[in-house]
Ligand binder design. Structure first.
Ligand code: GLP
Length: 215
């Protein structure tokens, strides 16, 4: 069983705290399998904007992770669909995901499961929504700007034993309302968490501002 890692800014304080505890000798992650949630197609692992690099920087290089237990996606794989299939098989071989850490996109995406993603979707190549490309400032990459990504599917996320969903800041308030109080369905992929038996959602006040008829 492993720990599923979302990239993005939201989980960084959590990863910093895990690193702090490891550095203090209070936490041992050497027997944990780590799995990336998603990756941009076309960005090599060493690319400064790859999620591979980001997860290494914010967490994996700062904890006592066993390199043999770190499972990240290769965005530059020659056949991204084959990479997706091989990655899913690897997770299954390692016993699946025990705890999946998730952020929420402003458009309600989970990983790169954009609005419209089936709840039966599995690890695959997806096209990025224009609002995701904007939110993640991909245009800064010019000709290299990714248009597609590999992501675990909604079905994979629902198979994790537990989910920890994090959302902070006012930009996430509409997505949080849709996730928790809107219709459950592919129009808001994050609403799938309401069908999981062990999902914990942690919000700051700003992200929660639209709940309960507020906002
Ligand atoms: C990104 C990633 C997700 C992330 C989400 C929120 O595009 N695909 O893994 O959870 O969108 O990102 P952030 O936490 O930076 O707002």
């Amino acid at each position: 069983m492993g720990l599923g890692l979302a990239a993005g800014s939201t989980p960084r304080p959590l990863y910093a705290e895990l690193a702090r505890r490891c550095e203090a000798g209070a936490l041992d992650l050497s027997r944990v399998d780590f799995f990336a949630l998603d990756e941009y197609v076309g960005l090599a692992p060493e690319h400064p904007r790859s999620f591979h690099r980001e997860l290494e920087r914010v967490l994996l290089s700062r904890v006592n992770a066993d390199p043999a237990r770190v499972h990240l996606l290769a965005g530059d794989a020659p056949d991204p669909e084959a990479e997706a299939a091989a990655y899913e098989a690897r997770i299954a071989r390692r016993g699946g995901i025990g705890l999946q850490i998730l952020g929420v996109g402003r458009n309600g995406h989970l990983g790169f499961n954009e609005p419209g993603s089936s709840f039966a979707s599995r690890t695959r190549v997806v096209e990025l929504a224009p609002e995701t490309r904007a939110a993640n400032r991909l245009e800064e990459l010019g000709d290299e700007a990714p248009t597609h990504a590999i992501t675990l599917g909604i079905a994979n996320l629902l198979e994790a034993r537990a989910l920890l969903v994090l959302a902070t800041g006012p930009a996430k308030a509409p997505a949080v309302s849709a996730m928790l109080e809107g219709p459950v369905g592919p129009a808001c992929p994050a609403s799938a968490v309401r069908g999981h038996g062990d999902a914990t959602v942690l919000l700051d006040r700003e992200a929660a501002a639209g709940l309960g008829g507020r906002g």
